[in-house]
Write a protein of this length. Structure first.
Length: 72
């Protein structure tokens, strides 16, 4: 399923969404984004890249193995 949505670029992007179907069964869906501008895989914000991230400088996400958001 594809959706076009408005997002607040000042907040980190969501990685998952929780849905409830008509039988009240909870479903967790992974969100995959397409065509993002400069995106930071450390903090999840749009507007800067991994190289310019302040959290990277502080030691979070200093290598690719502990990135909160993965490139796919």
């Amino acid at each position: 399923m594809r959706l076009k949505v408005k997002i607040d670029v000042l907040k980190p992007l969501r990685r998952v969404v929780k849905l409830v179907d008509k039988d009240r069964v909870k479903i967790i869906g992974v969100i995959k984004y397409e065509r993002l501008p400069d995106f930071c895989y450390v903090c999840g914000l749009i507007g800067h890249s991994f190289k310019n991230c302040k959290k990277k400088i502080e030691g979070v996400g200093s290598n690719e193995q502990n990135l909160q958001y993965e490139a796919s």
